[in-house]
Design a protein around this ligand. Structure first.
Ligand code: ZN
Length: 99
C-alpha cells in the first residue's frame, strides 16, 4: 500500500511535490532558447538536475495551480536568484554535453 495513497477523491486535488521542480524546468526551457545550445530532453534534464541540486528541497502540500505563487514568495524571502543558477547550469551543460 503506497504511503501517500489517497483515501477519497476529495483529496486528489492536492499534490506533494518539491515545489522548485516545475519552476526550474520552466526557467531552463525559457533560457535554453537564448543560449544557442542543444535543447534535447537529455540536456534539459541535466540542467534541471544541476540547478535542483543547488537548492534546498521545498516540499509542499498544495492544490494544483497554487504552486508557483508559493514558490515565488519563498524565493523572495530567501533571496534566491533562480535565473543566475539556471544560466550557470546551462553553461556547464553546453560546455560538456553528456551525449
Ligand atoms: Zn542535448
Amino acid at each position: 500500500m503506497p504511503v501517500f495513497a489517497h483515501q477519497s477523491d476529495e483529496s486528489s486535488n492536492y499534490v506533494v511535490v518539491n515545489a522548485y521542480e516545475e519552476l526550474v524546468k520552466q526557467n531552463v526551457l525559457m533560457m535554453i532558447d537564448y543560449m544557442d545550445m542543444c535543447a534535447c530532453e537529455k540536456c534539459v534534464s541535466d540542467a534541471c538536475a544541476l540547478v535542483l541540486n543547488q537548492l534546498p528541497p521545498l516540499y509542499v502540500t498544495t492544490r494544483k495551480g497554487e504552486l508557483i505563487t508559493q514558490v515565488n514568495q519563498t524565493m523572495r524571502d530567501q533571496h534566491i536568484d533562480l535565473t543566475v543558477k539556471v544560466v550557470h547550469a546551462l553553461q556547464m551543460v553546453k560546455e560538456s554535453p553528456r551525449h
